[in-house]
Every structure is written in structure tokens, then in C-alpha cells.
Design a protein around this ligand. Structure first.
Ligand code: CA
Length: 247
């Protein structure tokens, strides 16, 4: 990646980062480099101070070294996740510490980078993490045509009327709505709606689809080229929710 590209990716609104790293020279040079890229950067040189800062401030992302003198990076991450903090965390590990990386991801880090690394790679990882939407903050209302889902209450409203859906029908509809015009395979549906692709038979999925289809059809008034939602079967592949002109 060249300097030009990284300049194009500069943040319009500054992202606020916390770097927890005990190697002072490395920490200071990372801070300087990140600030040149337009980030706001706080630095903590030990785990205890880093954890306190991370709990006190609404950072956009954290960069946490594994080996810290007083409280290691993994423990810090575990504490922050246990406290409900959702910001993305990039963990720094020594090259070859495979078990550390796995443990770090298990502890709640989103990604890791092995030392020594190129600064450009750190920037790329950081950008990827900041693009990723936070896990818990999903849009509460999803709309497609005249269908609206209140994802918190798990209620679907079609043409202004609440639909009477069983829990799996609702979950399936929400999954289809989040991917309009995309084909979802039975395996993907089984995994995301039922949580277990091995337990669910194709028949269970087909029955749920067909019931959902009927409820959609009976709730929508067609005619005069009006747009209505349909669940289409893509033979041998899966299902897709799409908008068609009803006659
Ligand atoms: Ca260290």
C-alpha cells in the first residue's frame, strides 16, 4: 500500500484510539504514525492504566499488546468484554506465539498482529476493524417495501398490519430481509435460523418457508402492477426474498 492510498483513507471524523504498549519507543512511534494518519491516540504503558482508560472513555478501537508488565493484554481484554465494552480490539503478539493468538481471540480480541509488523499492515487491520459494525448495535427497524421488522420486539408489520409469525418464521424472514435478492442456501438458513445445520432437515425448512410464503401472500394486496414481496425457490440452491410486480 502506498502513501497516497493511506492518505485517501484518512478519517473525515477523527477516530479515537487507545494503544496499550509497554515498549515506550514502539508505543511513541506508533502514536506519532497514527496521528499523522488523522487518528487521535491515547497511550498507556501498562495494563492497569490501559484498562482504567478503556473503561473511562468511549474509544473507537483499542490496540493491546499481549505482554505487559503488570496485567497482561489478555486479562485486560477479558475484563473489558466482561464490562460490556464492545469496541474493536486489535491484539499485538510476538511472532510465533500461536497459543497466545488463539487465547487472545478467545478472550475477545477481534484480530491480532504478530510483531514485528509493518506500520501499513497495522493501518489496514485497523481500518478493517473500524469498518466492521459493532456486534450489538444493529438497526432496530428493517424495512423492505411495505414490510417492516421491529428486530427488538421480533414483530413483523406488513402494509401496516402486524403479522402473526411463529418464532422460526420470524427469524427466517429477518434473515431473508437482511439479504434482499440474495439466495440463501438451506445450509446457511439452517445454521443462522436454527443454529445447527446438522440437526435440521430440509423438510423442516421447506415447511417453514411454505408457511411464511402463505402468510406473506395472504397479507399483501396485489393488482395494478403493485410491488409485492415473494419468497422464490432457486432450484438446487435455496431461497430468496424479492419484490415482484403482482398482477
Ligand atoms: Ca510488551
Amino acid at each position: 500500500m502506498d502513501g497516497k492510498e493511506s492518505k485517501n483513507n484518512r478519517q473525515e471524523v477523527s477516530m479515537w484510539l487507545l494503544l496499550i504498549e509497554d515498549e515506550v519507543r514502539l508505543a511513541d512511534s506508533l502514536k506519532a504514525g497514527l496521528e499523522e494518519e488523522g487518528y487521535l491516540v491515547d497511550v498507556a504503558y501498562n495494563g492497569v492504566e490501559g484498562e482504567a482508560l478503556a473503561l473511562a472513555n468511549a474509544y473507537d478501537a483499542l490496540i493491546v499488546d499481549w505482554r505487559l508488565p503488570d496485567r497482561d493484554g489478555k486479562t485486560v481484554i477479558v475484563h473489558l468484554r466482561a464490562a460490556g465494552r464492545q469496541y474493536p480490539i486489535l491484539m499485538l503478539t510476538a511472532l510465533g506465539d500461536l497459543e497466545h493468538r488463539v487465547a487472545g481471540l478467545d478472550a475477545g480480541a477481534d484480530d491480532y498482529l504478530a510483531k514485528p509488523f509493518k506500520f501499513e499492515e497495522l493501518l489496514a487491520r485497523l481500518r478493517a476493524l473500524l469498518r466492521r459494525p459493532p456486534l450489538v448495535v444493529q438497526e432496530q427497524v428493517v424495512r423492505l417495501g411495505s414490510l417492516e421488522l421491529d428486530t427488538r420486539r421480533r414483530q413483523a408489520v406488513l402494509d401496516g398490519a402486524p403479522m402473526d409469525l411463529r418464532p422460526k418464521e420470524y427469524a427466517l424472514l429477518e434473515d431473508l430481509m437482511r439479504h434482499p435478492d440474495e439466495v440463501l442456501s438451506r445450509t446457511v438458513i439452517a445454521e443462522r435460523v436454527w443454529g445447527d445445520p446438522f440437526y435440521v432437515t430440509d423438510n423442516v425448512i421447506d415447511v417453514t418457508i411454505s408457511s411464511l410464503r402463505q402468510k406473506l401472500a395472504s397479507a399483501q394486496v396485489g393488482g395494478n402492477g403493485r410491488q409485492v414481496l415473494r419468497i422464490e425457490t432457486v432450484r438446487g440452491v435455496g431461497y430468496r426474498l424479492t419484490t415482484v410486480s403482482a398482477s
